[in-house]
Design a protein around this ligand. Structure first.
Ligand code: FMN
Ligand code: SF4
Length: 648
């Protein structure tokens, strides 16, 4: 028997006769894989993959009903119920349970956040009536509407039970309807549904009671709450403990999340700027108060050692991980087999929630090219015939291509001109924030080293190498080169490229000006501000890091707010001098930003020269990653992966 490194995480347990094979749950992480309100094949494959990966329980996200549909991606709508919907939900529960995993689904009602399309006959409703910023009138719920809403939750729970789900999650957190009653931030009613904590918990308590009445004791209930609302007039942990104590007999698990609105969403959906497992203090407070339900902690937990620590110290009973299992659904199985060095680390970047401030649900993971495409890409197809593949460049794209090609049975030679693998993310070794990115780089290096790949360091690609290796195909992954902005003074001694600041920290003075406020410039600035520098970031455009997703962006802003770093938009640099950087600011005036060191970070230019040269010596040449189009990690991973999959 394998000795478990993570005994608390891996220990089985049972509740009311339902067996859980370990202490890892998948919290809801719904994508828009839905057809007429029911999970489609894509959605079922996406959820089944998490069950197959060894999680003890998997929760389908955001099941709603009439009037409850949210603008936030909740499209699984019981409203459209018909025999097709019933079959699809039954198939989903079956797909989860077939892997010895407990099937759960989240019941939600978005309240005032409800979308308009589905609600054309049902206006958005909430504890309070008001006009939304988009001009839509929100109706204050009457006694009848409240009673209907209570029935709404219970009916969906019964529907889930009938479809074969063994438990449900009631979404009582964030800015959803239940928290619109529970939180004094939203609820200013003066009747029996508002005012005192006792009145504000009446709505969720009656929901739980009615679910119990309709579904029986053996149907498990997990209640997601915001233990704290993260706003001044919101509820605090004492109130949340009071609620759980009052409703202790009505729920089997209390699921600890936090936050109640988009402005502090980075505290609900923690990014790399926040510590791992931010909510553990609230879970611990619940445990110390001796609440009856089992306490599930979630929020930015991505490492098994952190999860194990929480359980071993008795701060929580169960750990829920969403993004960690999206990055690597096999995490629980790998933990069980003591193969944690093979876990693909989640970067806590939130790219999966939308790649920029407006486009939600692009449904891509930075590090897992299968995520959300499991229905067609889950298995890596073996090669029809084994070919000799030369991969030029040992960065992300090159290493991903090398791993994938080797897994398919090709003979792989990986040539890297420098003495180290890692390419453009080598800097992560020195970044004070990007802990997960460093883990990802180390993971890739470990994976190529483990496989039968002929790795040649200090090897420049050229005619000589191709003649020696005689490859059938070449994948070029040589990256990009930094663009040097055409500014008077840019060649001065006090100027350096952003990434060099990591490798030569001794050359970076106290006062730093960064030219270029894209995502990279902002992140380098955050690191420098965190390591004792005073930083100004100058951006010519109207916005800092426009390519960033909102969760990451707000998280970074909060991080900046506590450090000596300032961003200046609509600021055009005119000259670099020995004293700093001259720039024309928003008000049209030119000023000097004092700096000991000036750092430029205005983008990269794809290096196509190696691809062109390789094409002279081989018919089958595929460029990948930054040397095609300077992009993001997700582009490097995907293009590297697909080039290797397409090797014919
Ligand atoms: C792609 C994605 C979809 C999500 N969908 C839902 C959802 O449908 N319902 C919900 O309550 N939370 C949803 N969440 C939030 C997660 O349940 C979880 O609270 C959040 O990801 C933080 O946990 P983590 O750090 O383990 O990822 C979603 C998160 C992600 C990344
Ligand atoms: S996109 Fe980023 S945050 Fe989301 S699962 Fe992948 S690595 Fe994690």
């Amino acid at each position: 028997m394998i000795k478990q490194k993570y005994p608390h995480l891996m220990a089985p347990f049972s509740v009311k006769g339902i067996d859980f094979k370990n202490h890892i749950f998948l919290p809801p992480c719904a994508l828009s894989h839905v057809t007429y309100g029911a999970p489609n094949d894509l959605g079922i494959a996406y959820m089944e993959e998490k069950a197959r990966g060894g999680a003890a329980q998997v929760t389908q996200g955001n099941i709603t009903g009439p009037g409850g549909y949210g603008d936030n991606g909740g499209h699984f709508n019981r409203y459209f119920t018909n025999c097709f919907t019933d079959m699809a939900f039954t198939e989903l529960a079956t797909a989860i349970k077939e892997h010895g995993c407990v099937a759960s689904a989240e019941i939600n009602h978005a309240g005032f956040m409800a979308g308009l399309a589905e609600n054309s006959n049902t206006p958005p409703m909430s504890s309070m009536g008001f006009i939304r910023p988009d001009g839509v009138k929100v109706v204050q719920m009457t006694e009848k509407m409240i009673d209907d809403a209570i029935t709404y939750y219970a009916n969906i729970a019964k529907f889930l039970k009938d479809c074969g789900f063994q438990m449900c999650m009631v979404h009582g957190g964030h800015e959803m309807l239940i928290n619109q009653f529970m939180s004094p931030h939203f609820n200013r009613r003066t009747d029996r549904w508002g005012g005192s904590p006792q009145n504000r918990i009446r709505f969720p308590k009656m929901i739980l009671q009615r679910i119990r009445e309709l579904c029986g004791e053996e149907f498990l209930i997990e209640m997601r709450i915001s233990a704290v609302d993260h706003c001044e007039d919101g509820k605090n942990i004492e109130e949340s403990i009071y609620f759980v104590q009052e409703c202790g007999d009505l729920m089997d698990f209390v699921h600890i999340s936090a936050g109640c609105g988009p402005d502090k969403a980075y505290l609900t959906q923690e990014v790399c700027f926040q510590p791992e497992g931010l909510n553990i203090q609230y879970a611990q407070a619940m445990k110390e108060a001796g609440v009856k339900p089992l306490v599930v902690v979630m929020g930015g937990i991505v490492s098994p050692e952190v999860a194990e620590g929480f359980l071993a110290e008795g701060k929580a009973d169960v750990v829920a991980m969403a993004r960690a299992l999206m990055a690597d659904p096999q995490l629980p199985n790998k933990v069980r087999r003591n193969q944690e060095e093979d876990i693909v680390p989640c970067l806590r970047c939130n790219h999966c929630l939308g790649s920029n401030k407006t486009a939600f649900f692009e449904a891509k993971c930075m590090v897992n090219p299968h995520m959300a495409h499991e229905h067609r890409t889950r298995l890596i197809p073996p090669a029809d015939c084994s070919r000799k593949v030369l991969i030029v460049g040992g960065g992300i794209a090159g290493m991903k291509a090398a791993m994938t090609a080797a897994d398919r049975g090709h003979r792989v030679i990986l040539a890297e001109q420098s003495p180290e693998l890692g390419g453009a993310i080598k800097f992560a070794d020195y970044d004070s924030i990007k802990v997960q990115l460093k883990k990802y780089k180390d993971y890739l290096i470990r994976q190529v080293s483990k496989r039968e790949i002929d790795i040649r360091m200090n090897t420049k690609a050229g005619k000589e190498l191709v003649q020696k290796v005689q490859p059938d195909a070449i994948i070029v992954a040589v990256g990009a080169k930094p663009i040097i902005p055409d500014i008077p003074g840019i060649q001065k001694e006090n100027v350096m490229y952003a990434v060099d600041a990591y490798f030569q920290p001794e050359k970076v003075g106290k006062k730093v000006v960064i030219i270029g406020g894209g995502l990279v410039g902002c992140e380098v600035g955050a690191h420098l501000a965190n390591t004792g520098h005073l930083v100004d970031v100058l951006e010519m455009g109207p916005e800092l890091a426009p390519e960033d997703n909102p969760f990451h962006h707000f998280g970074m802003q909060a991080y900046w707010a506590e450090r000596p770093i300032l961003g200046h938009v609509n600021t055009k640099v005119t000259e670099v001098t020995d004293q700093g950087v001259k720039a024309v600011c928003e008000d049209g005036k030119e000023i000097l930003f004092d700096a000991d060191t000036v750092i430029y970070c205005v983008g990269l230019r794809a290096d196509t020269s190696v691809t062109e040269e390789m094409k002279k010596y081989c018919y089958d040449v595929v460029p990948v990653g930054d040397c095609v189009r300077s992009g993001r990690i997700v582009d490097a991973v995907e293009t590297g992966y697909h080039a290797a999959i397409d090797l014919a």
